[in-house]
Design a protein around this ligand. Structure first.
Ligand SMILES: [Fe+2]
Length: 306
């Protein structure tokens, strides 16, 4: 039997000490749309069909509660659970029914370095999903730091079905559908969040978004540029409470013919970090923020969705 695979990065759940300010940023500046609140958890959607791509709630300090991955159906959820269990992970709940808008079935677990992951199916998504200029369509990818990048790669590849699509000296790029990457793993920095990337419909929208975020008195911390792996355009910012976030577009689409490159094949000329070479390196503030956001202890538990 072939290996079960997740098929998309669906959403992330975030906490902030001032959720009202975070909500104002993600709606009025970042251009997401509120789609409901329950027990203090606010759901925000992009223009794509996913019911929501971000939730915001109050926590004592900013944190990543969990990353939510999408599976095709209950049989796939069950198969993924069996693969995660067989991989030797101990902090894992059995699949069980969920409450909408979080899905109708799923489970949560901690990955080998303690990141919280939920795998769900059956979310009642929106009927509309057309692009709107200057509005994020969906999550593009989550980039996480890793002390044991090898162990985390093995888990995501062997238990979740991700494919390694590229490796640089600092990063590994993992794909679970046609997008070149939906997850990125570092090689240092503990199991912390490096950044969350939101996909815009085009380059023009990334640039207009960048201008609007600068109007909010948040400078571009890195970019604009075009990455090597994935060939996507980018601008990085510090969102509320220094949450590291990226606007991106034009992600390379891959299929079975794609061949991953090695760090030796991703060398830039001295002083360069991207294809365009028009922007300086990431700010020190960005580098520092990309090590500060931790996963919560209990975010792997999905009790709040049962
Ligand atoms: Fe990124």
């Amino acid at each position: 039997m072939s290996k079960a695979q997740v098929r998309a990065l669906r959403s992330v759940d975030l906490g902030f000490s001032d959720p009202d300010k975070a909500l104002r940023f993600f709606t009025e500046v970042w251009n997401l749309t509120p789609v409901g609140e329950s027990a203090g958890v606010h759901c925000l959607r992009g223009t794509g069909a996913f019911h929501h791509i971000l939730t915001v709630r109050h926590l004592a300090q900013p944190a990543l509660i969990r990353m939510v991955l999408d599976a095709a159906d209950r049989a796939t959820v069950d198969a993924l659970h069996a693969q995660v269990f067989a991989h030797g992970l101990k902090t894992i709940d059995p699949p069980a029914p969920l409450r909408q808008p979080h899905g109708d079935y799923g489970f949560g677990f901690k990955d080998p370095e303690g990141r919280n992951i939920a795998i769900v199916c059956g979310v009642k998504d929106h009927a509309d999903g057309a692009d709107k200029q200057d509005r994020p369509r969906k999550l593009s990818h989550v980039n996480v730091n890793a002390d044991d990048s090898d162990a985390t790669l093995r888990c995501y590849r062997d238990a979740l079905g991700f494919t390694l699509t590229d490796t640089t000296a600092r990063l590994r790029f993992l794909s679970c559908n046609a997008d070149h990457h939906s997850m990125v793993l570092g090689f240092a920095g503990g199991p912390t969040l490096n950044h969350i990337a939101f996909e815009m419909p085009d380059l023009e929208s990334v640039m207009r978004g960048a201008g609007r975020i600068r109007d909010d008195r948040r400078p571009i911390e890195w970019g604009p540029g075009r990455h090597g792996p994935g060939n996507n355009v980018f601008c990085y910012f510090l969102g509320p409470e220094d949450m590291p976030v990226e606007l991106t577009a034009e992600m390379q689409q891959v299929d079975a013919t794609h061949r991953a490159k090695t760090p030796e094949q991703w060398r830039w000329l001295p002083g360069r970090l991207d294809h365009w070479g028009i922007s300086p390196a990431p700010s020190e503030r960005m580098d520092a923020a990309g090590l500060k956001i931790h996963f919560t202890d209990n975010g792997w538990r999905l009790d709040e969705w049962r």
